[in-house]
Design a protein around this ligand. Structure first.
Ligand code: ADP
Ligand code: TRP
Length: 320
């Protein structure tokens, strides 16, 4: 079973990215042959600053490797190290109906956020389809907001196969049910574009300051509280063990437990889970040549798989 996912290097990774995509992808690597890449071609649709793109690409590599990615099992690479993806993008775009792209939420969202309507932004899902199909992926672990893009990929693959013969595996999205959407500081979806994130590898001081900003209701210390409607608890339960979760629920219901207490407990449980990742990240950051080598090895392995599919697709359409 081939598992594949990608993440854009368009800012610091946050808790939503971790629970929505990184942790599920890391867990899935046990179950099959995983490919994971840093989608820097995609990031160019919104990040048009050389220094920032290079820096963010590097940071995402460190973050992923620190959070449990096993490069013996997983092929980890930079999207731009496999430029074959663009040839496939073109072949796919010739069977992609305009209407399919016009319906994509993410394009409309980006315009609503003020990005200029470039062709790259519009064609983004076709490049994503090429990422997925180039590696004959069966399963694509992504957060819920990317589900539509995987559906578009399926439609394109079916259309291509019907037109030119069976070339592509039809992929399935894999959405983590228990944490489909991680809430941000204000309770809406945690997203860098809403400025409501908590970074994975911010300093201890920054993390504490962000947690302090989590919005709650104004119930007093002594009043019993409802964990089900509290943003702090929604985040706490992602990191907590079942026993820790049950204990906090009981504290909420009993009263005399304030939101300040809950925020402290959230910081503690996050630090506990992330301490080993932080240590690993520091070690990697001190060894850039080693990290670069991992990415290059990944690209070599990815490219070998990519050329097989591309060759098949070229033959199917009549280019070879
Ligand atoms: P952002 O919304 O911060 O721009 P991206 O769109 O780059 O994040 O998302 C990268 C990956 O992380 C995607 O698979 C996405 O579904 C997942 N993801 C991002 N934010 C969340 C969230 N709040 N909850 C669950 N998954 C998320
Ligand atoms: N569009 C995805 C995101 O913003 C990133 C991505 C690019 C991706 N290509 C992919 C995810 C292929 C899964 C499979 O999060």
């Amino acid at each position: 079973m081939r598992i594949l996912s990608g993440i854009q290097p368009s800012g610091k990774l946050h808790w939503g990215n971790y629970f929505g995509m990184m942790r599920p992808a890391v867990r899935l690597q046990e179950q099959g042959n995983a490919f994971l890449f840093i989608a820097n071609y995609h990031a160019l649709t919104t990040v048009q600053d050389r220094g920032r793109l290079l820096q963010d690409t590097w940071e995402v590599a460190l973050d992923f490797l620190a959070c449990g990615l096993d490069t013996n099992r997983t092929v980890f690479f930079r999207q731009s190290d496999v430029p074959e993806v663009h040839e496939l993008t073109w072949l796919l775009s010739t069977v992609t109906p305009m209407g399919l792209l016009e319906r994509c939420h993410s394009y409309k969202d980006k315009l609503a956020k003020g990005f200029a309507p470039s062709h790259g932004l519009f064609a983004y899902p076709v490049l994503m389809a090429a990422d997925i199909l180039l590696y004959q992926s069966d399963i694509v672990p992504v957060g819920r907001d990317q589900k539509q893009h995987v559906e578009v990929t399926r439609d394109i693959a079916i259309k291509f196969n019907n037109t030119f013969g069976e070339v592509f595996t039809i992929p399935e999205p894999s959405i983590p049910e228990e944490v489909a959407v991680v809430p941000g500081l204000d309770g809406q979806k945690m997203s860098k574009s809403y400025g409501n994130t908590i970074e994975l590898f911010g300093s201890a001081k920054e993390t504490k300051a962000r947690i302090a900003k989590i919005v709650t209701d104004s119930k007093g210390l002594e009043e019993p509280k409802d964990p089900a409607t509290c943003n702090i608890f929604a985040l706490y339960k992602l990191f907590a063990t079942p026993a820790q979760r049950a204990e906090m629920e009981a504290n909420y219901r009993a009263g005399n437990y304030g939101y300040g207490h809950a925020k402290k407990a959230l910081l503690a449980v996050f630090e506990e889970v992330f301490a080993p990742f932080r240590a690993k990240r520091d070690e990697l950051a001190a060894n850039p040549d080693y990290v670069e080598q991992i990415l290059r090895d990944g690209a070599t392995r990815a490219r070998a798989a990519a050329t097989v599919t591309l060759d098949k697709a070229r033959r199917a359409v009549g280019l070879a």
